[in-house]
Ligand binder design. Structure first.
Ligand SMILES: [Zn+2]
Ligand SMILES: [Zn+2]
Length: 392
């Protein structure tokens, strides 16, 4: 009797990732855990458009033009595509340091700080890098155990460091960062157009019907027609309140893009000039800044969340249940996570730690290099960054 070989369950990296994210479709879809407001966004967009298609479009197609519903459908599909692309993608999460890498960086910091007497406050964990002749501070993340790359920040809701962190948007149910910012912007822009479009044609519809037969005198006996005034009022109200917020938000992000700045940097006043630090990422040209943010290359995810876990890392420690894994407060770094750590290597880095560090650094270097539209433009590249030990 031959032994029956049972197929071994493959464990993918997303199952062991720390941070407060949820995954579906075997790691292809990644979102924040709190999704209530995202469902409200879906409900408002789909609901308002459904009312428009059901009650206004048939009348407008007959009395004005068949192109009106066609354009509305195209715009609606584009809005939904941009929303889902923003919500379901990796915003640019940076992997946490492996335990051995975290230990090494701790040792390095302790060595740099020297002996600190009892009761004395340790100096802040900061490293300085030079970008386009500007000194930019890299802060240490105590949760991810890494020195964050420039422009990265830790999202307290998702519990991850996100590269080129803009903000956490509950309306899209995800962080907005390096990998999904342009889709977020296109979503707000197209949603503004869709809202203006529906609002305008609601008013046109009311005006045409009023001229025809009196808008509120829909006494044809047809239930759809008799419901029309109420649905139009709901649409007008939703569009009216959406208009102010979404158009305002689009205007604000257009301003940020023209300066090559993030919401996070704007709120913190990172480049406000009070510290004599100008934005080293700005090309000092609105068109160049817009091109870089909106038309630059798309960046690959550094999480490799669908990669298969190595067997030795699985067997070394008992694994938690394979649902959405959350790092507990006491043990924020899951030892099973086999990811590359975005540490900044320097001359003290031992050889065995360099491959994983180099992999992360190389990726960033490649991305940043491509992101400069021209060689003559301001170079935003960590490659020429001079990593200096902090003064402490
Ligand atoms: Zn972090
Ligand atoms: Zn977040």
């Amino acid at each position: 009797m031959s032994a029956v070989m049972l197929p071994r369950k493959v464990t993918r990296k997303w199952e062991k990732l720390p941070g407060k994210n949820t995954f579906c479709c075997d790691g292809r879809v990644m979102m924040a855990r709190q999704k209530g407001v995202f469902y409200l966004t879906l409900f408002l967009i789909i609901g308002t458009c459904a009312l428009f298609f059901a009650f206004e479009c048939p009348y407008l197609a007959v009395h004005l033009s068949a192109a009106i519903p066609v354009f509305a459908v195209v715009l609606f599909l584009f809005v939904m595509a941009m929303l889902l692309r923003t919500s379901f993608s990796d915003p640019g999460v940076l992997p946490r340091a492996l335990p051995e890498e975290a230990n090494f960086i701790e040792m390095e910091i302790e060595a740099a700080n020297g002996n600190i007497q009892a009761g004395q406050r340790p100096p802040p964990r900061i490293r300085n890098v030079q970008i386009n002749n500007q000194i930019v501070k890299l802060k240490y993340c105590y949760t991810c155990k890494i020195f964050r790359p420039p422009r990265a920040s830790h999202c307290s809701i998702c519990d991850n460091c996100v590269d080129r962190f803009d903000h956490h948007c509950p309306w899209v149910g995800n962080c907005v960062g390096k990998r999904n910012y342009r889709y977020f912007y296109l979503f707000t822009l197209s949603l503004s157009l869709l809202t203006i479009y529906i609002f305008t044609f609601d008013i046109v519809h009311v005006a045409l019907r009023s001229v025809d037969s009196g808008f509120l005198n829909c006494d044809s006996g047809h239930c759809l027609v008799s419901l029309t005034p109420y649905c139009t009022v709901i649409e007008v109200l939703v569009c009216f309140f959406t208009l102010w917020s979404v158009v305002g938000l689009t205007g604000f992000h257009t301003y940020l893009i023209s300066l090559n700045q993030t919401t996070n940097e704007d709120i913190k006043g990172s480049w406000s000039g009070k510290n004599r630090v100008q934005n080293p990422y700005s090309h000092k040209n609105i068109m160049k800044n817009c091109c870089e943010v909106l038309c630059g290359p798309t960046y690959p995810s550094v999480l490799d969340r669908r990669g298969v876990m190595a067997e030795d890392s699985l067997s070394s420690t008992p694994s938690p249940p394979t649902s959405d894994v959350v790092a507990t407060k006491s043990n924020p770094v899951t030892p099973n996570t086999k990811t590359t750590a975005p540490l900044i290597p320097n001359e003290h880095t031992p050889d065995e730690a360099k491959p994983s560090i180099a992999a992360a650094a190389q990726k960033t270097t490649k991305e940043e290099k491509v992101s400069s539209p021209r060689d003559s433009g301001p170079k935003v590249s960590p490659a020429p960054i001079v990593v200096k030990e902090s003064a402490h």
